[in-house]
Every structure is written in structure tokens, then in C-alpha cells.
Design a protein around this ligand. Structure first.
Ligand SMILES: NC(=O)c1ccc[n+]([C@@H]2O[C@H](COP(=O)([O-])OP(=O)(O)OC[C@H]3O[C@@H](n4cnc5c(N)ncnc54)[C@H](O)[C@@H]3O)[C@@H](O)[C@H]2O)c1
Length: 371
């Protein structure tokens, strides 16, 4: 088991990474929270595997947990779902000393975190991520949110958990497509911060496992790569908790990625897949702008292609993607901002690149020339 200590302006907290953690989660959490009532929030896919095991472990450690299982998926990351959870928390008599536990992927973590931040003006909160994406990204750094009909993650807060407990064994039940979406986020850290991590992932990609994954759950390197990602995100969040500057580099791949997700109605791509496509597109834009060499672009593209993101959606109009791109812009001081790689392991913010390049990349993507 590994323990990584993170520190932000708001709070210092540990991230535990290991195997078999679900069955000892109660004793791990009891080091940080007194015996109290807890609402464990999970979804329909995760709860059948880990819900009861988590509850039993919490009870053994003296906690009084109850479990609320939601349908899951982006639709459930809503104020309506939050309201269901407030009601359940009130019915269970949760007070300011009680805690909320998020057992699931990024959707559960973002929603449960939002409820924890707002219920009784804030109660302690524990992240137990069960997707690779949540382990390397969403459970770290305290961004919690729900969606609004007009856009994703528009209602939220910065609210750090008391601790994060990641059990890599839970990844055994994660569908391969979801696992690959998480690998895309791992690759992101390699491109934005850590060339060595990128090269390590590149070396794995040369020898795919029996399941066709280049970094499978039973690979001992997976723990090290997740730990590296947690450390990198921790460092970034520590320097810029509220995303005023540095933290924005974590949005590499998100400008195009969000546009693809929004233009396709959030049903075609998984979030990590859209980000994977967005990273390939951003690298291509960086080459057109002459800030990245083509050899590095091809390495980024090759590695992300191994994750087999879905092909461009047939019938999706170029203009719909462009519109979605500029809709996002409105939320950010009117400029179209991109995080673009300048070499492997380094990115910079690029404001208002010429629209002919931005749109050329979309056209190339749609013609299937990039992925
Ligand atoms: N807060 C942040 O900083 C941050 C960062 C990145 C992404 N996000 C958010 O995270 C969300 C995406 O997260 P995600 O990809 O984890 O999605 P998710 O929570 O929807 O999980 C993906 C799917 O896998 C299932 N699942 C989860 N764990 C499983 C397991 N161990 N075994 C079997 N099935 C399992 C879920 O039920 C779901 O169907 C998005 O809403 C995105 O906005 C937040």
C-alpha cells in the first residue's frame, strides 16, 4: 500500500493506493474520522461488487453507514440527484459530524462531493474511486460539481476530501473501454508534465496484454503510474487550487474534447475518449502553429490511437463542432483558449489561435486523418 500526502490551501490529506483496500476501508478511514454516521453513495454498476463489502468493513470499524445507490451516468450528475441524496441524508439523521463516502467513478465522486460540500454547509467527505480515470484525476484536487441542462460541471465548488482510498483490485471489473478512457488521462500527465512517464507508457504500448490493453490491471507498473499521476496532479493543485493559472494545463485535450462531447450530445464518447481525441487534435494544432515538431505530434497520436477511441461520428456536422467550441469560449473571457504541447512533457496556454487552423484540425479529424 502506498500513501501520498497532498497539501492544498484548504486542506492536507492522504491518498492511499493499493490492492484489497475495500475490505479494510473502515480501518483506514477510522484513522481520520471518529466513529460516525455515514452515507455511502454509489451507482448500480459499482454497488453490486463493492457496496456491501464497503459497508461491512465500515461497520467493523465502528461506523454507522447507510447506502444510497443511484442509476449513475452523466444524467445523474444533477441537482435532482443531489436533492435525492440530501433527502436520504436527512432521513438518516446525518449531522455536521457525519460523513459522505463516494464509492464509484468520477460521476459518483463529483456528485457526492458536491452534496458533501453543500449539505449542512459542508460535511467530511471520502473519495473511494473505482475507475482508472477517477483514481488518476477526478478524485484528486477537490473539484466537485453537478451538470446544468446548459452545460457540464457548471454548478460546483472546490471542496477537498478528508482522504482518498483507491483499491486497484476494483479495476478488474471495469469495462475495457472505461479502462482505456482512464489510460488517456494517464497519457495526459505524460504530455503535460512528465516525459519519462510518457516514454514508459510508450514502451508498454509496444506489447499489448492478452486483453489487448497495453497496461493491464495485473501489471505491477500500473500502481507506480497511478501514483505518479496523483503526485503530479497534487503538485499542480497545491500551487493553484482554484484554477487561476497553472491548474489549467490539466485541461489539455479538453477544448476540442468538450466540443466533441457536446456536439454529439454526450452519448457517443466517454469523457476520457473525447479527451483522447482532443489531445490528438491539440497536438495537430500545435504543429500547424509551429510550436511543436511533427515527430512529437506523431508519438502523441500513436500512443493515444492504441486506446482505440471511437471513430469520428458519422453525420456530425463540422459546424456543430465549431459552434460547441465557441459556446465553451463564452464561459472564459471571450477567448478561445488551448493548452498546447511544445515538446513532450511541456505545454503552454495559447490564446485565440487563427480560426482557420482551429477549424482545419476539426476537418482533418472528421475526415479520419488524425485517428
Ligand atoms: N472533478 C474533477 O476534477 C474531474 C476530472 C475529470 C473528470 N471528471 C468527471 O468525471 C466523470 C467521468 O468519470 P468516470 O469516467 O469515472 O465515469 P463514471 O463514474 O460514469 O464511471 C464510468 C462507468 O464505469 C462504471 N464503473 C465504475 N467503476 C466500476 C468498476 N470498478 N467496475 C465496474 N464498473 C464500474 C460506472 O458505473 C460507469 O458506468 C465526468 O463526469 C467528468 O466530468 C471530474
Amino acid at each position: 500500500m502506498l500513501k501520498i500526502n497532498l497539501k492544498t490551501e484548504q486542506k492536507a490529506y492522504p491518498v492511499y493506493l493499493g490492492r484489497g483496500m475495500i475490505d479494510k476501508i473502515g480501518s483506514v478511514i477510522s484513522e481520520y474520522l471518529p466513529a460516525c454516521s455515514m452515507l455511502v453513495i454509489s451507482d448500480r454498476n459499482v454497488s453490486p461488487y463493492y457496496g456491501n463489502r464497503c459497508l461491512e468493513s465500515l461497520r467493523r470499524a465502528g461506523f454507522k453507514p447507510s447506502l444510497e445507490v443511484l442509476a449513475g451516468g452523466e444524467k445523474d450528475k444533477s441537482l435532482t440527484a443531489a436533492s435525492v441524496l440530501y433527502t436520504r441524508a436527512l432521513q438518516e439523521g446525518l449531522d455536521r459530524h457525519s460523513a459522505i463516502v463516494a464509492l464509484g467513478g468520477g460521476v459518483t465522486g463529483d456528485l457526492a462531493g458536491f452534496v458533501a460540500a453543500t449539505y449542512l454547509r459542508g460535511v467530511p467527505f471520502v473519495q473511494v474511486p473505482t475507475t482508472l480515470l477517477a483514481m488518476v484525476d477526478s478524485s484528486i484536487g477537490g473539484k466537485v460539481a453537478v451538470n446544468h441542462p446548459l452545460g457540464k460541471n457548471l454548478i460546483g465548488a472546490f471542496y477537498q476530501p478528508e482522504l482518498v482510498v483507491s483499491d486497484l483490485d476494483t479495476l478488474n471489473t471495469l469495462p475495457i473501454r472505461e479502462f482505456n478512457a482512464g489510460l488517456a488521462e494517464l497519457i495526459k500527465y505524460g504530455v503535460i508534465w512528465d516525459k519519462k512517464l510518457f516514454e514508459r507508457l510508450e514502451s508498454f504500448s509496444k506489447k499489448a496484454s492478452s486483453r489487448g490493453l497495453f497496461l493491464d490491471v495485473d501489471n505491477p507498473w500500473l500502481l507506480k503510474c497511478i501514483a505518479r499521476a496523483v503526485l503530479i496532479k497534487g503538485k499542480i493543485v497545491c500551487r493553484d487550487e482554484r484554477e487561476k493559472n497553472l491548474r489549467r494545463i490539466l485541461n489539455f485535450g479538453h477544448t476540442y474534447g468538450h466540443a466533441l462531447e457536446a456536439a454529439s450530445g454526450y452519448t457517443y464518447y466517454l469523457h476520457g475518449e473525447a479527451v483522447a481525441c482532443g489531445m490528438v487534435m491539440a497536438a495537430r494544432l500545435a504543429v500547424l502553429l509551429k510550436i511543436l515538431d511533427q515527430a512529437s505530434e506523431l508519438r502523441i497520436r500513436d500512443l493515444l490511437t492504441q486506446l482505440k477511441p471511437p471513430p469520428p461520428l458519422q453525420g456530425l456536422k463540422r459546424d456543430t463542432i465549431v459552434e460547441a467550441l465557441y459556446f465553451d469560449k463564452k464561459k472564459e473571457s471571450g477567448e478561445l483558449n488551448f493548452v498546447l504541447p511544445t515538446t513532450l512533457g511541456r505545454v503552454e496556454m495559447y490564446q485565440a489561435p487563427p480560426s482557420r487552423f482551429v477549424e482545419q484540425v476539426i476537418e482533418e479529424y472528421q475526415r479520419g486523418e488524425l485517428l
